[in-house]
Write a protein that binds this ligand. Structure first.
Ligand code: FAD
Length: 471
């Protein structure tokens, strides 16, 4: 008997008819229904029958209490832009979407903090912050769809980590419903609270396995002054590293330091119909964004340009002349994920390494692929200033999807061994979810994994919160 027929009526009586949908509901077509139990991985098919849209923390608590009493498994569903399979419901779990909890709850104009519902779309949070004269700095290509709590549950990074850090830095407090249905409030919206373990940090990056985040309080910051976006063509990896070093020496606030290979540029040009940024192609491209506070910063910028040209670090370069050109430069970088996914079948990896180890790692990887998987082409891009590479393997035409993903299953552990050898992490910012669960021990020790399991038990004694994910 499916979850739907057994429990639907009871759940309706608890939270109200308008918040409960089942697969056979005529109000929602099957595609839309299924989209709430999936994400962007395209590896697993959703399979669930009951979907709820609570409107308050109390609704969430009621649902989780019912699930706890009846041993029903739950998948918290955010904006479903994840790349780790964390929001996949494939075992007839109860899917709880936070989409209807998306309003501003409080704003403190003195301390510059905001409290919002978990389901607020990240871009809407940007707008709310700006309307109040502030800035929320976590940003990337999916923030038009992702939820703020989904960002927190994955400890999201993005294109401005090099300056502002991961989302963890911006979370003051949160309201959470843990696996028993109890409502906990971690830290309110204060900055200092040195009273033992700071439990909110356990929820950040927990991918829905400890509880459902229902409200979040975030610190805001000042809106950056004007910015300048620079695009450079570079021939090799060591030039990228040196560019990064020079950018620090310039003493200009560096807001972003991103890179992509010529292969990625080609895909974005093809998919978005953009022209080449430079007359000839280079191996890599670096996009940098600096904050320009006054005229003296412009002088610093030109000094920086002079230095990198004199040092022979770049083959070509361009400084944005207006906001439209800034947007275009950003499109070359932010359009990559989408262009690759639309033009190809892709196997994604999101890894981090100490910057110094990046080149030896890439050399080792090249040797591995050339010797064992010669048909595999790699599209490389990422937040290189954070030591974060998005490493996408493109399916060769000679392989079927099934054969390709089977091969990728063999490549991954060999690549993760290399990441371990070079002291990196198998997941920089996308998380573990279902996709990397079997490989956690490449980045975490046995004792760490045991401790994580004990922590999960404390929050979720019956193991109903997003089971099968992360640990
Ligand atoms: C084009 C593109 C670019 C991207 N770029 C980046 C990038 O630069 N940096 C980056 O970090 N990520 C990036 N991502 C990945 C993704 O957008 C992030 O992981 C994002 O934070 C996920 O948020 P979401 O709301 O979509 O979460 P979902 O995908 O819905 O869920 C992610 C996980 O969080 C859990 N979850 C969701 N809501 C809650 C809640 N209220 N309480 C508890 N758990 C919850 C889910 O169960 C799941 O385990 C990108 C994705 C795309 C498609």
């Amino acid at each position: 008997m499916s979850l739907s027929s057994e429990h639907k009526e009871k759940i309706i009586s608890l939270i109200g008819k308008e918040k409960v949908f089942s697969k056979e509901n005529v109000e929602m077509d099957e595609g839309t229904f299924n989209s709430f139990g999936t994400d962007r991985t395209k590896v697993y098919s959703p399979n669930f029958t009951l979907l709820c849209f609570p409107k308050s923390t109390e609704d969430v608590s009621t649902l989780v209490k019912y699930a706890y009493q009846n041993n029903i498994k739950i998948v918290p569903s955010g904006g479903r832009t994840g790349y780790a399979g964390g929001a996949i419901a494939k075992e007839d779990e109860l899917v709880i979407s936070l989409s209807k909890m998306d309003s501003v709850i409080d704003f403190d104009p003195f301390f510059a903090s905001i409290t919002v519902g978990a389901g607020m779309i990240t871009k809407n949070l940007h707008k709310e912050a700006e309307s109040k004269g502030y800035f929320f700095p976590v940003d990337f290509a999916a923030t038009g769809s992702s939820h703020i709590a989904g960002n927190i549950a994955t400890n999201a990074g993005g294109v401005r980590v090099v300056h502002y850090g991961l989302i963890r830095n911006w979370v003051l407090g949160m309201k959470v419903v843990i696996g028993t249905g109890e409502i906990l409030e971690f830290n309110g919206s204060i900055l200092k609270n040195n009273t033992g373990y700071d439990l909110k940090h356990l929820l950040i990056g927990s991918e829905g396995t400890l509880g459902i985040i229902t409200e979040v309080s975030l610190k805001l910051t000042k809106i950056p002054h004007d910015t300048q976006v620079l695009l450079f063509a570079v021939s090799d990896y060591s030039s990228i590293l040196n560019l990064f070093k020079f950018s620090h020496n310039s003493s200009l606030p560096l807001l972003a330091f991103e890179f992509f290979s010529d292969l990625c540029l080609g895909k974005v040009k093809e998919h978005l119909g953009l022209a080449s940024p430079f007359p000839t192609s280079s191996a890599y491209y670096v996009l940098m964004e600096f904050e320009i506070q006054d005229e003296s910063d412009n002088d610093k910028l030109y000094k920086f340009l002079e230095e990198v040209v004199n040092e022979g670090l770049v083959e070509d370069g361009s400084v944005s002349q207006n906001s439209r050109q800034k947007e275009t430069f950003w499109k070359y970088r932010e359009g990559i994920s989408e262009s690759l996914s639309i033009l190809h079948t892709v196997h994604k990896n999101d890894i981090s390494l100490p910057l110094r180890k990046m080149e030896p790692f890439l050399n080792d990887l090249e040797l591995l692929l050339a010797s064992k998987y010669p048909g595999f082409e790699i599209a490389l891009f990422g937040h290189i200033g954070d030591g974060n590479l998005h490493l996408n393997i493109l399916k060769p035409a000679s392989l079927s999807n099934e054969e390709f993903f089977k091969e990728c299953k063999n490549v991954d552990p060999e690549m993760f061994e290399l990441i371990k050898k070079h002291s990196g992490s198998i997941s920089a910012e996308h998380g573990i979810g279902l996709l990397k669960k079997d490989f956690l021990e490449f980045s975490r020790s046995k004792i760490e994994i045991e401790l994580m399991k004990e922590i999960k038990k404390a929050f979720d004694p019956k193991g109903i919160m997003n089971p099968g994910k992360v640990i």
